[in-house]
Design a protein around this ligand. Structure first.
Ligand SMILES: [Zn+2]
Length: 340
């Protein structure tokens, strides 16, 4: 009798980064987190158009489904294709058959007018009935005015804010800048350099693989009073992999800990996107409990239903052609890489 769980939730993703694989090397090798942003991600996001956004979201959604993830909380930026970007992401995920809660990450890096257009994209998408959040890139790239406008818009729309917090030392001022604005429905991604005693409200989103890859340090999320959920920060949609690494990293600083804490972070995703509890994943492995999953690589979903509809059967998506998505995404990646 195979194990069945609700659909998993990836609480911090960047679907736009699915086409980054194989991109040309940056003009010089980044030496810290700030340079990784400047030389890799901010060049990539500026080159995106709506067709690239669509196919990167299709590929990211497909990979999430193939990992048993039925809900993605996405944080998006495409400064030269802002209007309609959240619809492109939502449409792609709906075609694959999974849930997405997107947000456009506003920033003043491209001037206040571009920040306004980012806010307007969040507002337009949500007022039209979209299931979204208001996004902020990070406080260190925003003016106080933009931070306040984003917080007010979210409160007005009755949704939370999805923001990067203290991912690197460059954002050390975030607790002071966001104190008084944050609420319990905010999602605070990374929090690596966030002091244990801090004033921010909201759920902390832990992205262990991305933090290692950016050499920003260990967030040690067990130290926070805030709830914690797991994300990938754009490195695929496999939340079981995030759980396994979150456990191993916690263990690296506390050899007495078990996998229960990291498992509770995985389960916390169902507070962030409660609809995913209606979804069912039948796994290739039994039992799906913390000690087994922590030491069992390669667990795959055999069957997935989302809202009662079968979207994966015998390990294959039922609504889309996986090979066609990969081929189209490759074409768009070639276009994107040529622009870089
Ligand atoms: Zn992120």
């Amino acid at each position: 009798m195979p194990a069945v769980t609700p659909g998993l939730v990836c609480a911090h993703h960047h679907l736009y980064s699915a086409l980054a694989r194989g991109m040309p090397a940056p003009p010089r090798t980044p030496t810290d987190f700030a340079e990784i942003l400047e030389l890799v991600w901010w060049r990539l996001d500026s080159a995106l158009d709506l067709e690239m956004i669509r196919w990167s979201a299709m590929l990211g959604a497909l990979e999430a489904l193939e990992s048993g993830t039925t809900a993605i909380v996405d944080h998006h930026e495409s400064p030269n294709a802002i209007e309609g970007s959240l619809d492109a992401i939502a449409t792609a995920c709906a075609e694959v058959g999974i849930r997405v809660v997107p947000a456009y990450g506003v920033t003043d890096r491209h001037g206040h007018d571009a920040a306004r257009r980012g806010l307007a994209e969040n507002e337009r998408f949500i007022r039209a009935g979209g299931r979204g959040l208001v996004g902020i890139h990070a406080s260190f790239t925003c003016t106080d005015e933009t931070l306040r406008e984003a917080a007010e818009l979210a409160a007005d729309l009755g949704v939370g804010v999805h923001v990067h917090v203290c991912e690197g030392t460059i954002d050390a001022d975030a607790p002071r800048r966001l104190a008084g604005l944050s609420r319990d429905d905010w999602l605070l991604a990374h929090c690596v350099n966030l002091p244990t005693d801090h004033p921010l409200r909201g759920t902390i989103l832990h992205n262990p693989l991305s933090n290692l890859n950016n050499a920003v340090g260990y967030a040690n999320p067990a130290r926070f009073a805030n709830p914690v959920a797991l994300g990938t920060d754009g490195i695929g949609g496999n939340v079981l992999e995030s759980f396994r690494l979150a456990y191993a990293m916690e263990r690296s600083v506390d050899v007495t800990c078990g996998p229960d804490t990291a498992w509770a972070w995985l389960e916390r995703g169902w507070e962030v996107v409660p609809e995913a509890r209606e979804d069912e994943v039948t796994w290739s492995y039994d039992p799906m409990d913390p000690w087994h999953v922590a030491f069992t690589p390669g667990i795959r979903p055999l069957r997935v239903t989302v809202g009662g509809q079968t979207v994966l059967e015998d390990g294959k998506p039922t609504r889309v052609d996986a090979a066609e998505i990969r081929a189209k995404a490759r074409e768009q990646a070639v276009r994107l890489h040529a622009r870089l």
